[in-house]
Design a protein around this ligand. Structure first.
Ligand SMILES: *Cc1c(COP(=O)(O)O)cnc(C)c1O
Length: 389
């Protein structure tokens, strides 16, 4: 492959070589089934519980509150569907936001078909949901509130602790999709007061195909499984455990904990340098999201008067996303930017750049140069740009 600059870390990350190294022995040496009672099974079982502890440390919960799943999407599905089923005699109303990831929004759509009703909270121009609007949406039949911790398109951080307190005060369960927040914001589920939290391996330098749902002990004993079978994961998710990827996720969690502040400083440094240089060097550009309260990794930039797709085609060395990677390929404009009331024409010129552990200052500077040239060329060809100036 020709050289490229990877600024799409919110879509997925490269597996950390130290994670890959931690995974390898589980294929050919420690390949036992954690349910087997012989020596190699016992080794696998011990490793499984050690890994559970490492992931629990990342969000400060008890190891038994960690349920390993196949993805962040699965964890989101489980949180919503199983809570809805558990509490259907109490009520069928759920509160969420209009800017959630598709893993949440599509599950809501599914549950609407099952007779549940939803309030999709609006956001302001910075992508933020207000605690007041959550309060106003609460009804006697509200059973669950699910609000993402950090938005995957613009990075805006939601007031989860305040919303969780509201939920608790009203006897409502609280879930947060923290896939984009883990590793960028220190998370303590106890202090946050959430009942459930989703995280995903491939956004934090572990492989694709591993996720976690944290479920608070008291709730866990009441929920039923989504996949039935051999009783793995305390009966919640049958199927022999994916030990290699669980070990990879555990290693990824340990690496985050080993240098949390250093890594956040590194990523934020790159993001801020990139943004400053883009704004200085390319006129008619602006940043979307809550500039003062967003994750360190994301920069969502609108280049006015051009198509983002053309930029990506014209500057192929820089890997980045149109709005959200999860909706690319579909024609619909970003639901997040639309909810933030960004001008529909500007949405077409918006690109998400997301930075990670392996990026460097040199990459930032080179990318800015390439984008500057690309955007200038495209604007020279753009009829709307030429009409505006
Ligand atoms: C990536 C992502 C997911 C989905 O996680 P997968 O492991 O890819 O299923 C869910 N929510 C958010 C906010 C994400 O960014």
């Amino acid at each position: 492959m020709t050289e490229f600059i990877y600024f799409d870390n919110s879509a997925t990350t490269r597996v950390d070589p130290r994670v890959a190294e931690a995974i390898a022995p589980f294929f050919t040496e420690k390949y036992g089934n954690p349910s087997s009672i012989h020596r190699i099974g016992l080794v696998a079982h011990a490793e499984l519980e050690r890994c559970r502890e490492s992931v629990a440390n990342l969000i400060n919960c008890a190891p038994r509150e960690i349920i390993f799943m196949a993805s962040g999407s699965e964890a989101d599905n489980f949180a919503l569907i199983q809570t809805a089923r558990l509490l259907k005699s109490k009520g069928k109303h759920i509160i969420t936001t209009s800017v959630e990831h598709k893993a949440i929004l599509s599950t809501c759509e599914f549950l609407e078909g099952e007779g549940y009703s939803f309030t999709y909270l609006p956001v302001n121009s910075k992508g933020n949901v207000s605690v007041k609007s959550v309060k106003a949406a609460i009804r006697p039949d509200t059973i669950l509130i699910s609000v993402m911790f950090a938005n995957n398109e613009v990075g805006t951080i939601m007031p989860i602790k305040e919303i969780a307190k509201l939920a608790k005060d009203n006897g409502i369960l609280m879930h947060t999709d923290a896939v984009q927040a883990v590793g960028k914001i220190k998370i303590d589920v106890d202090e946050l007061g959430v009942d459930m939290l989703t995280l995903s391996g491939h956004k934090i330098y572990a492989p694709k195909g591993i996720g976690v749902l944290f479920v608070k002990e008291e709730l866990k004993s009441q929920l039923s499984p989504l996949i039935h079978g051999g009783g793995q994961e305390s009966g919640f998710r049958a199927g022999t455990e994916n030990m290699p990827y669980i070990a990879g996720l555990a290693k990824a969690a340990e690496l985050i904990m080993a240098d949390f502040d250093g890594e956040v400083a590194h990523i934020k440094g790159l993001r801020d340098r990139f943004e400053q240089k883009i704004l200085e060097n390319i006129p008619e550009t602006y940043v979307n999201g809550n500039i003062d309260n967003r994750v360190c990794s994301i920069s969502d930039i609108t280049f006015k008067y051009i198509e983002a797709e053309a930029v990506i085609g014209y500057v192929p060395a820089v890997c980045c996303s149109l709005g959200s990677a999860c909706t690319s390929g579909q024609d619909a404009a970003s639901h997040v930017l639309t909810a933030m009331k960004v001008d529909p024409i500007d949405i077409r010129g918006t690109i998400r750049f997301s930075f990670g552990r392996f990026n460097t200052t040199e990459e930032v500077d080179r990318a800015v140069e390439l984008l500057k040239v690309g955007v200038e060329k495209l604007r020279q060809m753009s009829p709307i740009y030429n009409k505006a100036f």
